[in-house]
Design a protein around this ligand. Sequence first.
Ligand SMILES: [Zn+2]
Length: 96
Amino acid sequence: MLKCSKCGCNLEEKDALVHKDQEGKENIICHNCFKEATGVDYETFAFRKENAKQTFFAVLFCLAATIYAFVENGPMYGGLGIVLTILVYIFASKAK
Ligand SMILES: [Zn+2]
């Protein structure tokens, strides 16, 4: 059993969150204190993190496709791929 370092409540290991404070010290806190400390609840935070990961992979995939198109079909297709990659990136980061 863990204890929240802010409010002192008991925590299940799966509910414990590690939060870095301003001095960079790591604290174990509960979901409620996480919300208080960051202004977002943990579900929203986790969702954003997941979203960022998906954006990263989408861009990575586009880049790989761009390189493939460049090698296989020449610079024109490569350039098209870069434009597409940038578009994917813009749309993905706006979708939040
Ligand atoms: Zn707490």
